[in-house]
Design a protein around this ligand. Structure first.
Ligand code: PA5
Length: 421
């Protein structure tokens, strides 16, 4: 099986080999600590051993319920915000699916216009929902769930309950609501934080409803787990990624841009932004994660990246295997693009990636490239696990707690006060 690889452009070599070696030696013990389910974070490491929450029994229960929903649903609404929806959305928008119900999203904004349009889009369709919330106090998913639940009750009467799943912690008010009303209950593990929840009921149930092969995705994650536990720090892909970004940060690079030329990665990049921003942005520290959604963004922020203030480093996502093809046909009209005749659009896009990588690298941007053999469930599972583990390591290197997010509470408290909670 081909492996996901990480490589550095020439500018990244401003991190000379000695610096990388020194840093690696100094921090190697972090890798052992992270792999050993260290005590200090034991309440947040439920994702580390994938079988704990995504073993055979859990996968079967998820798949059975998802099959039931898939047989009848035209639309499935995923209600959740932040870690409660990002991983599923990332996989659903990137991976191929057959006979999928339409997947819509709610609970991640408070726009009346958005909600009204969503309700309109449900008319005449067979609707199922999943409300995902770890503490079930956040207003966005809470109020969206109420509106959608009432909508279903109005439409389906006592049949509404069979269309509602909730994913919360055992003993929470969401759990009680499920018990009282006969909703399907999925577990939001106590020992997994929202943004680390791709590989448990939280992420896997919506993915399975969409028709994603969750067994293959989990298998990919497990093999990445295996790989990370045997590769020594200097070869370890997660450790190396974490080390490079910390070394660059020490050299005053303040922004990391995830750049990709495949729009299917857009929601994956949103997931990645959350992973890094919420895990590292605290105690006055952190690298600010941004996205280069290319080619579009080459014609906006691309100018800044090429010639603006030097504070950005870039991580490119590059997929090796061609999974779509469109040959540019000849044309007798003079548009002066004949030099592209016979070329595959897939190939032209590849050339765009390499040309951009080289231009940015030569322009003084430290560039890394993650080469992903194929855009499928298996490698998606690998990427989820690799980045979760790398963010954990990176937080340790930065000396911040990668599992809390106290700063998110401040706006919530103001809202609770303003709304009379
Ligand atoms: O990573 C996290 O913990 C957060 O992004 C949460 O997922 C997000 O704030 C939503 O929390 P909840 O599901 O409790 O509403």
């Amino acid at each position: 099986m081909k492996k996901i690889e990480i490589s550095l452009g020439d500018q990244s070599k401003l991190l000379n080999l000695d610096a990388i070696e020194n840093f690696t030696q100094k921090h190697t013990h972090y890798l052992d600590e992270a792999l050993s389910k260290e005590k200090i974070y034991e309440n947040s490491l439920g994702w580390l051993d994938i079988d704990e929450w995504a073993g055979e029994v859990a996968l079967k229960r998820i798949q059975d319920k998802a099959n039931e929903v898939r047989n009848d649903a035209d639309v499935f609404v995923l209600i959740g915000v932040g870690g409660s929806n990002q991983a599923a959305r990332a996989a659903i928008s990137a991976l191929p699916q057959e006979n999928a119900p339409e997947i819509l999203y709610a609970g991640n904004n408070l726009s009346a216009d958005y909600m009204n349009k969503l309700l309109k889009a449900l008319e005449g369709k067979s609707v199922y929902i999943d409300a995902i919330a770890k503490n079930f106090e956040t207003i966005e998913p809470g109020v969206s769930f109420r509106v959608l639940r009432q909508y279903l009750e109005k439409r389906y009467g006592s049949g509404a309950a069979g269309r509602i799943a909730v994913t919360g912690t055992k003993g929470s008010s969401l759990y009680q609501l499920a018990l009282d009303n006969g909703y399907t209950f999925f577990t939001f593990p106590e020992n997994i934080g929202g943004r680390y929840s791709a590989l448990c009921d939280v992420g896997l149930y919506p993915m399975a409803v969409a028709g994603i092969d969750i067994a293959k995705l989990v298998q990919g994650a497990k093999e990445m787990r295996e790989r990370l536990s045997v590769e020594p720090a200097e070869e370890n892909i997660a450790f190396r990624y974490a080390a490079y970004r910390n070394l660059l940060q020490q050299k005053d690079y303040r922004l990391e841009m995830m750049s990709f030329f495949e729009p299917r990665f857009y929601y994956f990049s949103r997931w990645w932004i959350q992973m890094l921003a919420e895990s590292e942005g605290k105690d006055g520290k952190g690298v600010y994660p941004v996205v280069g959604n290319f080619s579009e963004d080459l014609h906006s922020i691309g100018q800044f990246v090429q010639e603006g203030r030097r504070m950005i480093f870039e991580t490119f996502l590059d997929v090796t295997e061609r999974d779509s093809s469109l040959i540019i046909a000849g044309d007798d009209k003079k548009d002066y693009f004949d030099y592209l005749e016979g070329n595959d659009l897939w190939n032209i896009n590849k050339i765009a990636l390499q040309s951009t990588f080289d231009a940015h690298d030569k322009g003084g941007i430290p560039c890394m490239k993650l080469t992903i053999p194929k855009l499928d469930e298996y490698y998606f599972g690998q990427m989820f696990y690799m980045f979760m583990f790398a963010v954990y390591l990176s937080g340790k290197m930065l000396k911040v707690n990668p599992f809390d997010q106290g700063g998110v509470e401040d706006y919530k408290k103001n809202m609770f006060k303003a709304l009379g909670k």
